[in-house]
Design a protein around this ligand. Structure first.
Ligand code: NAP
Length: 221
């Protein structure tokens, strides 16, 4: 792994893995990670931009290198945050089970893992590769906008709900009212994105002319 974390064999580690496409990363993601770090006493949060998100068309997202660079720029001033290229360097879809296993291969039983992502992504968890093993391996923190009800998870997850609910914590984050889709759309429409994402990310977007292709951005969702 290409990021700085304590060497294995030392103290017990409680890590948050912040999984997402991050196209682009925004304030909602950062607030989520910081809130999770505090509430769940995480030693570090490792942001892992998905290389090839399993449920997405690679043609419709920005390159992994752009998403990685934006994530780096966004977290650089937080000593508890780091970014991993683990999924980007994988030459196949970014299955969460493979990522979680990589961490346990390194830290063995000296590790407690929380996988942090959006509640809407968690809604699909029973379609994820080896989801039962995944639920046995780590905890999940599902970030939601205020007002999001766990009952929605219950309806969608059906019979799998009791098993899932034991491992998933719901975290209400007002800043998650911001979304990557909203930012891409605003750029495409020539509207300001100031304060929605760190300034360095905003500048990176403009410098690299990301999301300016109106048709691609607006029709993407
Ligand atoms: P997504 O479908 O793009 O996102 C669903 C919702 O969750 C969106 O509202 C999104 O908001 C939000 N979200 C995504 N990542 C978030 C984060 N870290 N914190 C807070 N909110 C977040 O989801 P995705 O990005 O493709 O996938 C999320 C994670 O699940 C990734 O790590 C992916 O690899 C993993 N995943 C694994 C499997 C599998 O193993 N088979 C399948 C699907 C997803 P924004 O658009 O604003 O981010």
């Amino acid at each position: 792994m290409s990021f700085l974390l304590p060497k294995p064999g030392g103290e017990f580690l409680t890590l948050g893995i912040m999984g997402g496409t991050f196209d682009p990363i925004h304030i909602g993601h950062l607030v989520t990670a910081e809130e999770a770090r505090q509430q769940f006493a995480l030693d570090y949060v490792v942001f892992i931009p998905a290389g090839a998100p399993p449920h997405k068309d690679a043609q419709k997202i920005s390159s992994a290198e752009h998403r990685y660079m934006m994530t780096m720029l966004a977290v650089v001033d937080n000593p508890y945050f780091t970014v991993s290229r683990l999924e980007i360097e994988r030459q196949k879809p970014s299955y969460t089970i493979d990522t979680v296993r990589s961490f346990f291969q390194i830290y063995k039983e000296q590790l407690k893992l929380y996988f942090i992502t959006g509640a809407d992504a968690i809604l699909d968890i029973i379609t994820w590769k080896n989801y039962e093993t995944l639920l046995d391996s780590c905890f999940f923190i599902a970030a939601s906008r205020p007002g999001y009800a766990f009952s929605k998870l219950k309806v969608v997850l059906g019979p799998a709900f009791p098993r899932v609910i034991q491992k998933v914590h719901l975290l209400e984050i007002p800043a998650m009212a911001i979304s990557s889709t909203f930012i891409r759309r605003r750029v495409a429409e020539g509207k300001t994105i100031k304060y929605l994402t760190p300034e360095a990310v905003e500048q990176y977007i403009y410098k690299n002319r990301l999301y300016v292709n109106e048709k691609q951005s607006i029709n993407r969702f």
